[in-house]
Design a protein around this ligand. Sequence first.
Ligand SMILES: Cc1ncc(COP(=O)(O)O)c(C=O)c1O
Length: 390
Amino acid sequence: MSSPAAGRALRYGASEEEKARYHGLARRHGTPLLVVSRERLRVQYRDLQKRLPDVSLYYAIKAFPHPAVIETLAALGCHFDVASEGEIELLQALRISGRKTIHTHPVKKSQQIKAALRGGSTTFVVDNLEELGKLTPWRHRVGILIRLSFPSETAAVDLSRKFGCPPEEAPEIAERAQRAGFQVRGLSFHVGSQSLSPQAHVDAIEQCRRLLERINERLPHPLGTLDIGGGFPVDYELRGFDYDAYFQPIRRALERLPRDLHLIAEPGRYLVAPAVISISSVIGKSRRGGLRWYYLDDGIYGSYSGQLFDHARYPLQFPDGEGPRSPSVLAGPTCDSIDVIAENLDLPELNEGDLVIGRMMGAYTAATSTRFNSLNAAKIVVEEEDFDVG
Ligand SMILES: Cc1ncc(COP(=O)(O)O)c(C=O)c1O
């Protein structure tokens, strides 16, 4: 069995420049912190555009719902995937038009539908006839994407268990929707988040190609959009993931689709994970059962919540310590015993006030952190300069 530390990239030390930056940020803002690099966001967005050149990108706001992230991506021409009223309000506060959004939550309260329509959203995802029924009062104003279920074993987070209809149900939903007067724009899917094999996308795209052919032969108004969801992975193990090899088969599969099909994607993690680091401080230490325990001011109930909800293991960076390393445990600040970030770490001795850096911490971190023990969430600060957060 692998240890909890297995698969987790550990880095000791940091360049003098990095150290000065971390300490400067901690002095200025206190800890715990999440530090956003706008420049790294731009790099990720341009990189994904290059890898999926004919695909319009809709950032999935849920991954890291912060105005600086939205603003930075909007300035590059990115569109947005919204799934709640709160996310729509975030865009409205930044004066971003609802026309640049798709509403991707397959199950919505009528109140949410109205809020989305008021905000200018006109494309909604459904995966069953009940949901279609809820949209009927606005059928002449909205476009529909039918979400399909493609369970995948190679994704860290399965998003087809709860949502998406079996592909064979899509023709009936499309037909009923057109008959009711909806504009059926196309199909959508999500192969699961942190999807490590490109084959999941390739298979789903291929099934959608065949399904679109079948549907478009039968229906008076052809479906013209395919939404390939999110799921594109990031390199939490810092092992030099081969992104060229990953995206090439997906690009090939997209090239086999009809030329005039409008392609969209809803990436979250890929854009934002590498653009954020966490800075937390050692607030206490003890020896328990022959192990060194270090307690940080951020943990599983805070920015590291993704370790529970998102099954992620973030690469960690520690101060260079003098002296021998020994088996250590890294715990969070709450009173709960599950609040342990990592065990079986081989660490140099740490002291109160030492900084621990979590890298790749933009996706599903702050978004899912709680206020347990009435502790404050990590403060989010935005750095304009380019720095290596990956
Ligand atoms: C409907 C939908 N679209 C997009 C995303 C973003 O996925 P990812 O962060 O894997 O790119 C999610 C994640 O939960 C989602 O549920």
